[in-house]
Structures are given as structure tokens and as C-alpha cells.
Design a protein around this ligand. Structure first.
Ligand SMILES: [Zn+2]
Length: 207
């Protein structure tokens, strides 16, 4: 079994790198504004864990709207950033690269809160798995953290706090803006982890 992780450099996928130690990690610059910071964070993680890292560049900015593009969200957008079919696209691009590297298992960094979008649900991951595994040889798609909150995943992964700080979560820029959905999620998770430390004197054990 050879595993690959779709590694955006955000908290969730960074923790899965620590938890699952994939053989290969893929980071995709699809035209999002914070792409360079995401690549830098992903490179740092892969360097620390000795993971083979590949960057794929495919400019899809013309197909997105909202925070990640620096433009207003589309009138039909359900959130402040919207790239319809993005997760399907990113998983497909990662599979296109990793199938040639002999990878058999593609890991996605989906967590429970992603379930507010259809493409963050177990049903979506299951459908993607069926679709990818029926083509081009065996490629299984898994989201090992899909039933966990980000804070639970952080605890379970055992990532040192100093290295969690490498994560890049901002949707708007290469330097965290402090006021977008990505930054807000980062701060909320750090607060939740900090409250463990205050209550218990140490991070809570993994579930
Ligand atoms: Zn931000």
C-alpha cells in the first residue's frame, strides 16, 4: 500500500500528515490567492516528516469566486468563497499525479465541519472513491478525519504546537488577514486547544 495526501498546508491536512505519515504529499496551486503560503507550509511539513512532496500548478482562477480569488463571491455562492466542484477537481488532479507514482490510497483532509458543504460529507467521499477506483487501476479515496473536529484531529495527530503554527489557513492572502473564514477557524481551534491547557494543565488526550 502506497499512500498520498492532498496537503493544502492548512491545519487539517497538516495534522493528517503527522497522524498518517503518507509516502507522498500533493499540494495544488489552482489559482487561489494564498497558494504560495500554502506551498511553503506544505514544504515545511514534508521536510520535517521526510515526505516526498509534489506541487501541481493548474490555473483555475477564472472558475472561482470570492475570498480565494480576491473578487466578490458569485451571486449564487453559498459561502464567501466558492469554487464549484473544487474538491472533486483537487482530488482528481492529485489522483492524476499519484497514480503514476504507484499510489493506491489517496487521503483527503476532510473534517466534520466540512460537512456543511456537500463535498465535505461521507457520501461525497464515498462517491469519489467509487468514481476514482473504477478507473486507471486501483485508487482508493479516504478521509480518515471526517468524523473528527479539527481540535480532536490536532490532539490525535500528536503534532507539536510549534509545528501546528506552520499551518496556513487564510483564504485571502499569503499573510494571514485575521478576518476570513479560514483565519476564524484557525483562531477558534487554537482557542479550543488553549482551553484544554488551562483546564487540565496539558492538552487533552486523543479520543
Ligand atoms: Zn484570512
Amino acid at each position: 500500500m502506497k499512500t498520498a495526501l492532498l496537503l493544502s498546508g492548512g491545519m487539517d491536512s497538516l495534522c493528517i500528515a503527522w497522524w498518517k505519515r503518507p509516502d507522498v504529499a500533493i499540494t495544488i496551486d489552482y489559482g487561489q490567492l494564498p497558494a504560495q503560503a500554502e506551498i511553503t507550509a506544505a514544504e515545511a511539513v514534508c521536510g520535517a516528516l521526510d515526505i516526498e512532496h509534489h506541487v501541481i500548478r493548474v490555473d483555475c482562477r477564472a472558475l472561482g469566486s470570492g475570498d480565494l480569488t480576491g473578487a466578490p463571491a458569485d451571486a449564487n455562492a453559498p459561502a464567501s468563497d466558492w469554487w464549484p466542484y473544487r474538491n472533486q477537481l483537487l482530488a482528481t488532479l492529485a489522483a492524476m499525479k499519484t497514480i503514476s507514482l504507484g499510489v493506491t490510497h489517496l487521503l483527503l483532509g476532510t473534517v466534520r465541519s466540512d460537512g456543511s458543504h456537500k463535498d465535505g460529507t461521507p457520501e461525497f467521499v464515498g462517491a469519489l472513491n467509487v468514481l476514482l477506483s473504477m478507473q486507471e487501476g486501483t485508487m482508493t479515496v479516504e478521509s480518515p478525519a471526517i468524523h473528527l473536529s479539527t481540535a480532536q484531529l490536532v490532539r490525535l495527530s500528536g503534532v507539536p504546537e510549534s509545528q501546528l503554527a506552520w499551518a496556513h489557513s487564510c483564504h485571502k492572502a499569503n499573510v494571514a488577514c485575521g478576518d476570513c473564514r479560514g483565519c476564524n477557524k484557525f483562531f477558534e481551534t487554537m482557542q479550543e486547544l488553549q482551553s484544554d491547557v488551562e483546564r487540565l494543565g496539558q492538552p487533552a488526550p486523543a479520543p
